[in-house]
Design a protein around this ligand. Structure first.
Ligand code: NAD
Length: 245
């Protein structure tokens, strides 16, 4: 479905980003991915992607650094010649109640989760506009739609992703560039493994499908949004949450 396309995925050494990279690679897509460090975990991810018979390069880059984001996009353009798909996946949590939240916790989450997406959308847009095609996919969250106690910073950043996505879809649509968001619920990755067991059990109890989702299940929706199957879908938010909301 993505033969000879090029995807740039941020924060893809592990978790959801990694599975999106593998799913796209299985469809013939060449992969450029970033993470904070290209360590053993990231190199193992790169090797798994290469094993699917596509080109893959990993770049150490902080997605929240405006200049670094522009530099890495220029480098990917040089290395691959084009960028057809951007996945804004890099994200963090710094959970605590609103009354206890430090300025640092607020700033870090907004910078890494929201500003990173702005950095990359702005950096890839001139190229996608020239190509007159492109698919931009950004990771929001169920809490970006509903809010969550203990996650005011994270929920605000993920709501911001939705508004950024809808605005980008309106600005870029006339030249064939689409922008959509995915709002996952409770997905089993390192990010959610860090939650206390009681919180994880409560999630499973609350979710009508009575289980967490897998990164593969999110990657399948990303594949739909990246491919021509969604050629008239833009400015949309697709929830992947086992009916959690
Ligand atoms: P994860 O923590 O398993 O992986 C995130 C990756 O992003 C890591 O490899 C990390 O090193 C990288 N990263 C962090 N900051 C970065 C930065 N500044 N620059 C570049 N890379 C950076 O997380 P995950 O569960 O795979 O989540 C991926 C995305 O999906 C995130 O945006 C997250 O908010 C979102 N999401 C996850 C869930 C869930 O339940 N796991 C639910 C909703 C949304």
């Amino acid at each position: 479905m993505l033969t000879n396309k090029v995807a740039l995925i941020t924060g893809a050494a592990r978790g959801i980003g990694k599975q999106i990279a593998l799913r796209f690679a299985a469809e013939g897509c060449h992969i450029a991915f970033t993470d904070l460090a290209i360590d053993e975990v990231a190199l193992a991810t790169r090797d798994e992607i290469l094993a699917r018979g596509v080109t893959c390069r990993a770049y150490a880059s902080d997605a929240s650094d405006f200049h670094a984001a522009h530099e890495v996009v220029a480098q990917v353009q040089k290395d691959f010649g084009r960028i057809d798909i951007l996945v804004n996946n890099a994200g963090i949590t710094r959970d605590t109640l609103l009354l206890r939240m430090s300025e640092q916790q607020w700033d870090d989450v907004l910078r890494i989760n929201l500003k990173s997406a702005f950095n990359f959308i702005q950096a890839v847009s001139p190229l996608m506009l020239r190509q007159r095609s492109g698919s931009i996919i950004s990771m929001s969250s169920v809490v970006g739609l509903n809010g969550n106690a203990g996650q005011a910073n994270y929920a605000a950043s993920k709501a911001g992703i939705i508004a950024l996505t809808k605005s980008a879809a309106k600005e870029l649509g006339s030249r064939g560039v689409r922008a959509n968001a995915i709002a996952p619920g409770y997905i089993l990755t390192d990010m959610t493994a860090a939650l206390p067991e009681s919180v994880r059990e409560e999630f499973v109890r609350m979710i009508p499908m009575h289980r967490g989702g897998t990164p593969e299940e999110v990657a399948n929706v990303a594949l739909f949004l990246a491919s021509d199957l969604s050629s008239y879908v833009s400015g949309e938010v697709i929830q992947v949450n086992g009916a959690m909301a």
